[in-house]
Design a protein around this ligand. Structure first.
Ligand code: HEC
Ligand code: HEC
Ligand code: HEC
Ligand code: HEC
Ligand code: HEC
Ligand code: HEC
Ligand code: HEC
Length: 419
């Protein structure tokens, strides 16, 4: 949705930024006072930004993130090499000598506050849980903060995101923070306390950074005629997001359009051990996702068979809520029905990565192949969140069923998509 801050924040170099910040130090907050910044999670005069070391500024004031001098009264952390950090924020946006995780707090400006303890925000910590907990109702909090989510074994690699975003999106500068590829810190709202209300979205499409994504009716999953959200954990009568009865997609952000801003392309990956499941994808990259009508069947391509698994061989069933009336002939799933946006649990067995796959899917805890515990992840258990039928070893499903996979046989000739 169009934002009132649009067009204001288009300054490039650190020096001109500092100058701008000085000159408009009074104007900008005033201008923002009636606008989107004060409605954002950070600009909120109650629970917004408030570094305990920065006194004399109200909660929500820009100065809790930006420093008009290289640092406020010499407070920690000290500016990199004595100069102001890019965009005059209180630390370097991202330590880009860190090519892969695990990350520490000082690697990323946002981590200084988005840690559950030991951070700079008043009180020392901010709790944030996994998508499958906040939106899906899963009850085990494997991590309690954003730093923890990016330190799970499978994670969105911040270095790769930074490079890719710089190559594709003009707002994104070489010194930009990789989190900013998906979030605009001046606009992001507090969704965790309003999970069922997409007006409180936290994200901005990288191709439309100056606006929020999800806060307008045409930015929701109801854009797809046959979206049906997964069950909320522990329930077969309420749905995501947040355990609601309404299940037409109108309460959920259109994550497909958001994720495909980047994933319509092959994206480079440098995380050790992570390779594409798709043999046709360029080496060193991940598959370009085709969610359109001639792409994957979990996207807009219509499936081939009924939900009841009436035939033999490979063909299996699709379970509730998808098999409940009115049964649709072409469900379109959301990327976040299956994936967690920041990171996901580690895995054992033959998996190089769990590809950010959710720990809880459609009211099913994805476990190890013979139980195990939180840290285990079994491919067939993942599929069984929504299907029955198995015709391979339990860790051998992604070898045939992957994004873009086609014509891969199952005990006989097979022509057509596998995913
Ligand atoms: C000075 C401390 C501070 C810094 C630095 C900071 N944040 Fe925040 N952030 C907060 C506070 C405080 C909240 C609101 C309280 C809460 O969510 O518990 C918040 C909330 C958010 C939310 C909304 C979360 C929700 O509740 O759904 C997002 C998204 C977010 N921050 C992203 C970022 C990103 C991205 C960065 C770095 C560019 C960043 N933050 C840097 C303090 C900070
Ligand atoms: C700003 C660009 C961008 C956006 C937006 C984006 N991604 Fe990614 N994604 C990347 C890049 C670059 C990689 C490769 C590096 C990596 O693996 O983390 C990647 C990797 C992945 C991977 C593989 C991770 C692994 O290492 O196994 C998955 C799964 C994924 N993205 C899902 C998503 C989903 C779901 C969304 C929407 C919530 C999304 N992405 C949005 C850039 C993006
Ligand atoms: C949660 C921390 C945070 C708060 C609060 C904050 N900013 Fe920012 N701001 C950032 C970050 C991080 C960047 C750098 C974005 C990037 O990496 O590309 C930035 C960049 C900017 C820019 C450069 C252009 C752009 O949008 O990227 C301007 C101008 C700006 N901020 C003004 C303000 C003003 C004015 C306020 C208060 C009304 C404010 N900021 C509050 C974190 C914050
Ligand atoms: C690839 C895109 C992407 C990147 C990169 C990314 N996020 Fe997010 N983030 C999301 C999505 C999607 C959500 C789900 C919330 C929503 O729909 O509004 C989210 C949610 C959040 C939340 C709210 C969590 C809650 O409690 O519900 C915070 C805080 C946050 N992100 C901070 C960060 C920080 C800090 C970074 C960088 C270290 C980061 N994000 C990087 C996509 C991203
Ligand atoms: C969140 C629920 C969900 C998960 C998890 C899921 N699927 Fe599906 N799957 C569906 C739905 C719903 C459809 C029907 C799509 C349509 O109607 O076009 C489908 C369709 C399919 C189809 C096409 C069926 C046909 O009739 O052509 C195949 C094959 C498939 N899934 C395999 C898998 C495999 C293998 C896994 C595990 C890697 C998996 N699915 C995980 C919900 C899911
Ligand atoms: C050797 C390749 C291969 C392997 C390995 C494989 N599958 Fe399949 N699978 C197929 C083919 C081919 C189909 C038929 C395609 C279709 O239904 O669209 C199929 C169909 C399915 C369907 C049917 C979906 C529907 O609604 O009709 C499910 C469910 C499924 N597979 C689950 C699994 C699971 C779980 C595993 C791992 C235990 C697995 N598959 C391993 C090739 C394979
Ligand atoms: C039905 C569940 C499901 C949905 C919905 C889904 N994914 Fe995936 N995704 C998977 C599985 C399973 C894998 C691991 C197999 C593979 O790599 O394709 C995966 C892997 C990936 C990868 C790594 C691909 C590679 O080269 O191996 C990316 C990137 C990705 N997903 C992005 C997305 C995006 C973007 C969307 C939404 C447009 C999406 N996914 C929707 C289940 C899903």
């Amino acid at each position: 949705m169009k934002s009132e801050l649009k067009g204001k924040n288009s300054h490039k170099a650190t020096n001109s930024f500092l100058l701008l910040f000085f000159c408009t130090g009074i104007l900008l907050p005033l201008e923002a006072a009636g606008g989107s910044y004060t409605q954002s999670a950070h600009g909120d005069s109650g629970g917004g930004v408030a570094r305990s070391s920065v006194t004399g500024y109200a909660a929500g004031n820009c100065s809790h993130c930006h420093e008009q001098h290289a640092s406020v009264d010499g407070e920690e952390p000290l500016p990199v090499s004595g100069d102001a950090s890019p965009f005059a924020v209180f630390s370097d946006g991202f330590n880009d000598s860190v090519q892969f995780g695990p990350y520490v707090m000082t690697d990323n400006f946002c981590f200084y506050c988005h840690v559950s303890s030991g951070g700079l925000q008043n009180g020392g910590g901010i709790n944030n849980y996994q998508y499958s907990n906040t939106f899906g109702g899963y009850t085990t909090n494997w991590v309690t903060d954003i730093l923890g989510a990016f330190n799970l074994t499978s994670y969105h690699n911040l270095y790769d995101i930074q490079n890719f975003a710089e190559s594709k999106f003009s707002f994104f500068k070489q010194s930009s923070n990789p989190c900013v590829a998906c979030h605009n810190p001046h606009l992001a709202k507090n969704r965790k306390d309003h999970p069922s209300d997409a007006d409180y979205t936290t994200i901005s499409k990288p191709s439309d950074h100056d606006n929020l994504w999800g806060d307008a009716a045409n930015e929701r999953m109801s854009n797809y005629t046959s979206y049906r959200p997964p069950y909320y954990y522990g329930s077969t009568s309420t749905y995501e997001p947040g355990g609601v009865v309404l299940h037409d997609g109108s309460l959920q952000t259109d994550y497909n359009a958001f994720c495909l801003d980047c994933h319509q392309y092959e994206v480079p990956v440098s995380t050790p051990g992570v390779t594409s499941m798709n043999p046709n994808t360029t080496n060193g990259y991940l598959t370009a996702i085709d969610w359109g009508s001639s792409g994957d069947m979990h996207g807009e391509r219509a499936r081939l068979f009924g939900v009841g698994g009436n035939a033999t061989g490979c063909i299996g069933t699709i379970i509730a809520p998808y098999n409940t009336a009115p049964v649709q002939n072409n469900y379109v799933l959301s990327c976040l029905d299956c994936h967690d946006p920041h990171g996901s649990i580690l895995t054992t067995g033959n998996r190089p990565s769990t590809y950010l796959l959710r720990k809880e899917v459609n009211n099913n805890k994805v476990d190890g192949c013979s139980g195990g515990g939180e840290q285990y992840f079994c491919e067939s258990d993942f599929c069984f969140s929504c299907h029955t039928n198995s015709h391979a070893g339990p860790q051998g499903c992604f070898g045939c069923h992957y994004h873009g996979g086609e014509n891969i046989n199952c005990g006989g000739p097979w022509t057509g998509p596998n995913f």
